[in-house]
Design a protein around this ligand. Sequence first.
Ligand SMILES: Nc1nc2c(ncn2[C@@H]2O[C@H](COP(=O)(O)OP(=O)(O)OP(=O)(O)O)[C@@H](O)[C@H]2O)c(=O)[nH]1
Length: 204
Amino acid sequence: MVPVKLLILGAQNTGKTALCVRFITKRFIGEYDHKKEVTYKCSRVVDQEAVDLEILDLTWKVNIDFYLYSVASLESSIRWADGFLLLYSITQRFSFLEVPQLKTLIDQTKQNLVVPAVLVANKADLEIGRQVTTDEGQRLAKDLRCGFRELSVAEAVLAVEAAVLQLIRLVLDQQRPLPERRSYMLTVRHALTRKLTRSKTMQW
Ligand SMILES: Nc1nc2c(ncn2[C@@H]2O[C@H](COP(=O)(O)OP(=O)(O)OP(=O)(O)O)[C@@H](O)[C@H]2O)c(=O)[nH]1
């Protein structure tokens, strides 16, 4: 069994608990008790690899003033985790605007070149209340070097499964020796493409 530890972060009311419960139980439950910090545990087989999964859903609220809360405690949860689900709601623009701050804290704490992370735009079923476009979400994910999924935890169990599996794959990829990593291979490919393009331009 390969242990994989994920931390779910995002502003209040974005659907963090709903997503965890949906992934673990396949059910959507409207309201939750937020008093307790919960670590959800399960096992899954991902690409023929047996994974012992833990997902941590924190109790305290991460909002625009999250520095007012215990940053030390947040940093310790970040250090514990191998991968990150960063959630915002398409109906709460402020939750989208908080994401870069969170990602910066993760990058500073982890100090890795590549941090496995997937940006999740939740509540896609509430189109009428949309405040963040899909395009904006995609651009932010690219800037922050994260995967991106827009979905509705309420309506799409398969999309939730796909988002978490994408993150697990990124974590597993990072645990492989350097030359076997997809991210490493992509970096090498981009560097070679850039070099080739430059040398062609110079010849011309
Ligand atoms: N329409 C809709 N509502 C959702 C969706 N996901 C979650 N919700 C609702 O959004 C509210 C907040 O969901 P939670 O899972 O409690 O959100 P949270 O981020 O864990 O909240 P905090 O722990 O308070 O930060 C609940 O009323 C959920 O039923 C979704 O995809 N669509």
